[in-house]
Design a protein around this ligand. Structure first.
Ligand code: HQG
Length: 180
């Protein structure tokens, strides 16, 4: 399968399923699911032809497993990363003692003052390993990796969730739980 084509479609899918389904006139349900047949038909209308086989390939092979089907593969959604308000019914989980967040220098003073905030997304995104945090930070420039004292946060009553594609999510990380 042509990597360029699948990458382009994956990017568009992320945008539509996380941020802007209305761009192609699609409706998601309250849990973020789109009907697969409707999605394919709407893509067609916008002249981005996809078929079920391609969608299935993307769900299976996407580098971060960003998308998931329901059991019968009749519905599809993004597993995390939304800015639109939907209920993912995430599983609460006990985090590792330390998690990581990749960011860049220009945000540090605000993060020191306000902690990590959701910004435009529904959660703060954290990684189980430094390498992933490094990649996340690199999207914006020279990465800086913050260590989150997630074990201590959890013991203090903060909730953590693990998405279907193994991204750690929480509502806020107060600065006192961050090692800069
Ligand atoms: C920063 C990608 C100022 C934060 C990635 C980040 C991830 C603050 C930016 C996923 C702040 C938000 C999410 C504060 C946080 N003041 N800046 N108080 N608190 N920030 O994109 O974590 O490839 O919403 O450090 O791989 O970068 O799309 O979050 O730099 O998993 O699947 O504000 O998106 O996944 O940026 O990335 P984002 P993120 P995908």
């Amino acid at each position: 399968m042509d990597n360029k084509i699948t990458k382009g479609i994956s990017k568009l899918l992320s945008y539509i399923l996380r941020h802007s389904p209305e761009t192609i006139g699609l409706k998601l349900d309250e849990n973020g699911w789109a009907d697969v047949d409707e999605l394919i038909a709407k893509f067609d209308l916008y002249e981005r032809r996809i078929d079920f086989e391609l969608l299935d390939y993307i769900v299976e092979n996407n580098d971060k497993k960003r998308f998931a089907f329901n059991e019968g593969k009749t519905r599809i959604r993004a597993s995390q990363g939304h800015s639109i308000s939907i209920e993912l019914n995430l599983n609460e989980a006990e985090p590792l003692e330390y998690l990581y967040h990749g960011t860049v220098e220009k945000f540090l003073s605000d993060i020191k003052a306000q902690g990590l905030q959701k910004m435009s997304r529904q959660h703060v995104h954290l990684s189980a390993d430094r390498e992933t945090a490094n990649k996340v930070g690199s999207r914006r420039g020279k990465p800086i990796i913050l260590t989150i004292n997630s074990g201590a946060m959890h013991r203090a009553g903060y909730k953590f969730y693990l998405s279907d594609n193994n991204v750690w999510l929480t509502d806020v990380v107060p600065a006192e739980f961050i090692t800069f």
